[in-house]
Write a protein that binds this ligand. Structure first.
Ligand code: MSP
Length: 640
């Protein structure tokens, strides 16, 4: 039976502003998942979206839409992004999925029933963008220690998770399982910054907003977004649902891959929750570094093109994947520049790999009519290339298993470079001139073509499209789904065809490309600014004069089933306003009510009546309700 391997990415906030940095975690997980599948594992690769919280609620309101409609649109966008980048996930979970919501509610209730969650009053410093409460001592210069933004004092009646109870067991866990948190430096960070100062119980419910999973037994409260989010790793497998067969098969996770800023949640809160639920703990949490631009966090408006769609369209999806996997020292931060992307693509993909394929297919075409020739006696120099090719899988595997991702690629490229050197050493073009060296020429070209085939299979988890293209150049059909054919040398059939085809990666003129990308970046910045143009300034808003007004009289407008005519006391003046709320309110009901009107709206004629203003109403698409001051105020009071 195949050994199982459960790998997860964090679930993404549906921010809509995805840049290359966001793709980093997911592309790495994809390469690992693909590698393990080919290496004989039964892999389950999970990704998804983290859709609740006050941020989403606010952004949906700013966009005049409901949180659900808002996240639905963005989830479509992120799925398109993963499709573009060839992400081979087995499941995409949304925290708004019904089964997840129900399972989280069950988990919360169970923890409450068993005393791991209790109710109390909470006062702390809250960082809205991070949705995190902090104690005074955790703040850095009075600001959020994660994002550096200001925090505000917040007080709520809340439910708490007894995190403090798990402090000793967490220390034990780290001690007994040194690979639970990696790289090692992150474990020290957790111990020194969070565990040693002492763990405090965690506030796990909110009453200040609605867009979250309600606590079933106290519906004023919604469940803290991180409890909701972290549990995705088990609810996605059916835990707490009707069918938990996937959970039984795949849990515990073999690897949670996360960015360094969220290691804390995954190595303290998450294992403590699992301990409380009596479940096995994940085997490893890996905290990778960030992709930075000029030492800064990535953003679409910082003068570098970091839009993964634009870059993939321009250079190919695999150039982007290769850059992410190869350029950033794994575990540390890496710097993105357009120049680094182009230089890396030129050097490794166009020169080393692309040239090897085009030189080899060209020579087989020229000297053997496009048919792979049969090798004969191997010479010493062949032996070196062959043993390197046979050893490659083992070395790449060792690196992948140790999560040394750039190293796995450099191992494959060492073979590719060795093959290029082999061409220079054996000089097939010189052999071709001597009819006595025909057999030697055949052997050399066979060896080159076979190394190309082996390299294609080995790079396929990292660059699946490119690997398939190489297989097409060698007329080999579909790429294999396992590594069997690279365990020995000589899998390439003699007599098979080769086609020269297009260059895998065209060489780019760095200067020209940089200028082009700068133009693209400028238009991206303009687009962002245009988005800013969707806002109005406070000066724009102050042009609108709003005031409270009391309805003195109200009647239906003849010939219309929608309109009501209202006579209003607007503070020292009487106004007539026509409003389209007749289907929602009767004239009798409106009399005596206080409404809010736009006072300086240009008068307009409706069904022959001049309407001198507009009544503010709220609508959820079904119902329409008029807006009214929360307490009685004098007619004419300014609303601002
Ligand atoms: N929703 C949480 C995770 C909950 S998991 C139970 C979250 N989402 S996120 O959308 O902000 O981040 C998703 C992933 O993208 C994280 O691993 C994060 O580290 C990664 N990246 C975002 N910007 C990045 C870079 N500039 N560089 C590398 N990865 C970064 O956190």
């Amino acid at each position: 039976m195949k050994q199982k391997y459960y790998i997860t990415t964090p679930i993404y906030y549906p921010s809509g502003n995805w840049h290359l940095g966001h793709c980093y975690t997911t592309v790495i997980c994809d390469a690992i998942a693909r590698f393990r599948r080919m290496d004989g594992y039964d892999v389950f690769f999970l990704t998804g979206t983290d859709e609740h919280g006050v941020k989403i609620e606010k952004r949906a309101a700013e966009n005049n839409t409901t949180p659900q409609a808002f996240v639905d649109k963005l989830v479509g966008d992120i799925k398109r992004l993963w499709e573009k980048l060839n992400i081979s996930y087995d499941k995409f979970i949304r925290t708004t999925d019904d089964y997840h919501v129900k399972a989280v509610q069950k988990i919360f209730k169970r923890l409450y029933d068993q005393g791991d969650i209790y109710k109390a009053e909470y006062e702390g410093m809250y960082c809205t963008p991070c949705e995190s409460f902090w104690t005074e001592s955790q703040l850095v210069d009075g600001k959020c220690p994660d994002c550096g933004r200001p925090v505000e004092k917040a007080k709520e009646e809340s439910y708490f998770f007894r995190l403090s109870k798990y402090q000793d067991r967490l220390i034990e866990l780290y001690k007994n399982n040194p690979s639970f948190i990696s790289p090692k430096s992150r474990m020290n960070e957790m111990i020194n910054n969070f565990i040693k100062p002492g763990l405090q119980d965690l506030c796990v419910s909110r009453t200040s907003f609605k867009w979250g999973i309600p606590v079933t037994f106290d519906d004023k409260h919604v469940i803290y977004v991180w409890i909701d989010a972290l549990t995705n790793y088990i609810t996605a497998l059916g835990y707490g649902g009707d069918d938990d067969s996937l959970f039984k098969k795949y849990w515990p996770a073999d690897l949670h891959m996360v960015g360094k800023e969220i290691v804390r949640f995954h190595t303290i809160i998450w294992p403590a929750l699992l301990m409380a639920l009596g479940l096995e703990l994940p085997k490893e949490v890996y905290g990778h570094g960030w992709l930075l631009i000029g030492g800064d966090k990535m953003s679409k408006s910082k003068g570098n093109v970091v839009d993964p769609f634009i870059l993939s369209d321009r250079y190919g999806v695999d150039a982007v994947r290769y850059f992410l996997l190869r350029e950033v020292p794994f575990g540390s931060d890496g710097v993105y520049t357009n120049e680094a992307l182009i230089t890396r693509t030129n050097a490794d993909l166009a020169n080393d790999l692309g040239n090897l394929v085009s030189r080899t297919t060209a020579m087989i075409t020229q000297y053997f009519g496009g048919k792979v020739p049969a090798p004969t006696k191997a010479e010493e120099i062949d032996g070196e290339l062959i043993s390197m090719s046979v050893a490659a899988l083992g070395k790449v595997r060792e690196n992948v298993e140790n999560l040394l991702i750039p190293e796995s690629l450099s191992e494959i490229f060492r073979l590719i470079q060795r093959a290029n050197k082999y061409i220079d050493e054996t000089m097939p073009w010189a052999l071709a001139k001597d009819p006595d060296k025909r057999e030697r020429l055949a052997t050399v070209l066979y060896n080159m073509a076979e190394v190309i085939r082996v390299s294609a299979v080995l790079i396929s988890p990292f660059m699946p499209d490119t690997a398939q293209k190489i297989y097409d150049h060698l007329c080999l059909g579909k790429l294999p789904s396992d590594f069997e054919s690279v365990k020995t040398f000589g899998g390439l059939p003699v007599g098979g065809g080769v086609v020269k085809g297009e260059a895998l990666f065209p060489r780019r003129d760095v200067k020209k490309e940089l200028a082009e990308l700068e133009k693209l970046a400028e238009s991206a910045v303009k687009k962002e600014e245009k988005k800013d143009g969707e806002y109005i300034t406070i000066d724009d808003f102050s042009k609108v004069k709003l005031a409270a007004a009391k309805v003195l009289a109200c009647e239906k407008v003849e010939g219309s089933d929608k309109l009501l005519k209202m006579t209003l006391d607007a503070g020292g003046e009487t106004r007539v306003v026509v409003s389209g709320i007749a289907r929602h309110y009767s004239p009798e009901y409106m009399v005596g009510k206080t409404v809010v009107i736009v006072k300086n709206l240009k008068p307009a004629k409706l069904k022959g009546i001049t309407s001198e203003g507009m009544i503010l109403c709220a609508s959820d698409g079904k119902d329409v309700v008029f807006v009214s001051p929360e307490k009685e105020v004098a007619p004419g009071s300014e609303v601002s």
